[in-house]
Design a binder for this molecule. Structure first.
Ligand code: UT7
Length: 332
């Protein structure tokens, strides 16, 4: 019997309408367009506005678009995995809410929280279901409403994040295409540098925790930066070596969009040119679970069947990893 691979057969993104510029941000905290562009490389980010709107609303838009684009009926979907750190609520899983909103009734659904590596972890998990032969159409959606946990009075965090969602369809193939290999790693020692202090079981929400602004992202930028630069490059270079991929043979690096300097350092260690790197950080900022699928969506028309692509990310946990993909289709 031929080996079954899991291949991406469609991709769709969604960004909320409201665009928050560096100029507007500079009226909210003590920062400037010049500082943000030099230190991070972000010009604008999209923000989901509107009462009662959450992560599932953006994910639902992406998934509905994906179903339409791939000509798939809701009842054909076997599984939805949602990567997110900003679920609609603690429970049930946001994937269940997305399924309901998309009228997907024959699937089982769950969330994966691996912070900025969530899409990587979810894509690999989904690929195992597809490779088992029992699941034919699986959706992986990375979605985060980061504006719900960003403290817009904290200038060290406020410029970085944005809201957005991206979804991919995974299907089986016996061709040598799709998800070929992955390296996923984590080290909980890093959690002290990047976390949310309250709202979980250790420190449930109370008036005191709200007053102390402990439901927002807590980040020590410099240690996170150092770990990100070394770990993203380590796993991406290791993946190239494992498959004997020379820099010229790599069509694209798809890096997590956290900081332009981290992206450039990763590309440099891999020995590739900037033209081989997908970059949209300037438009969307760091959408956490959304960055990788939103990159693939933005660059979809430039992707060709058989292209060698490496996805790479680093995030809270700490979590990090890389995936080697052979792209599955030519521009449609
Ligand atoms: O997605 C995964 C997780 N996140 C990341 O990957 C983020 C990793 N870290 C970073 O990207 C960077 O560390 C930051 C962008 C968060 C910060 O950049 P940095 O170059 O490490 O700046 P810094 O924290 O060392 O701060 C340098 C200076 C400080 O002023 P002093 O003490 O030198 O006077 C800060 O107070 O810049 C100041 N600063 C700002 N100034 C203007 C910090 N934030 C701002 C700001 N505007 N928004």
């Amino acid at each position: 019997m031929n080996k079954i691979n899991a291949v991406i057969t469609g991709i769709q993104g969604y960004l909320p309408e409201y665009v928050l510029s560096n100029e507007e941000l500079s009226t909210m905290v003590d920062t400037s367009d010049e500082w943000i562009m030099t230190r991070i490389g972000i010009k604008t980010r999209h923000i989901l506005k509107g009462e009662g709107k959450g992560t599932s609303d953006m994910a639902t838009e992406a998934v509905k678009g994906l179903l339409k684009k791939t000509n798939t009926k809701p009842e054909e979907i076997d599984l939805i995995i949602c990567a997110t750190v900003t679920p609609d609520m603690q429970f049930p899983a946001t994937a269940n809410i997305i399924a309901d909103k998309c009228d997907i009734r024959n699937a089982f659904n769950f969330d994966i929280n691996a912070a900025c590596s969530g899409f990587l972890y979810s894509l690999v998990t989904a690929s195992k279901y597809v490779q088992s032969g029992g699941y034919k159409k699986v959706i992986v959606v990375g979605a985060d409403k980061m504006s719900s946990i960003v403290d817009y009075t904290d200038r060290s965090v406020a410029p970085i994040f944005g809201d957005g969602a991206g979804a991919v369809m995974l299907e089986p193939t016996t061709e040598n295409l799709g998800i070929i290999d992955s390296i996923l790693q984590s080290d909980g020692v890093g959690r002290v540098h990047l976390h949310q202090k309250a709202g979980g079981s250790v420190k449930p929400a109370s008036h005191e925790t709200v007053d102390a602004r402990e439901h927002y992202i807590y980040q020590e930028g410099q240690p996170v930066f150092k770990w990100a630069v070394s770990k993203m490059a380590d796993v991406s270079v290791a993946m190239m070596e494992r498959h004997n991929i020379q820099p010229k043979d790599l069509a694209w690096l798809v890096p997590h969009q956290a900081n332009m300097r981290i992206i450039e350092a990763t590309a440099k260690r891999m020995g590739i040119d900037k033209e081989q790197v997908m970059i949209n950080i300037q438009k969307y900022g760091n959408t956490t679970s959304g960055t990788l699928p939103l990159c693939l969506w933005d660059y979809e028309s430039q992707l060709k069947k058989g292209d060698n692509i490496i996805l790479s990310a680093f995030g809270g946990g700490f979590t990090w990893g890389s995936i080697y993909i052979k792209w599955g289709y030519d521009p449609k």
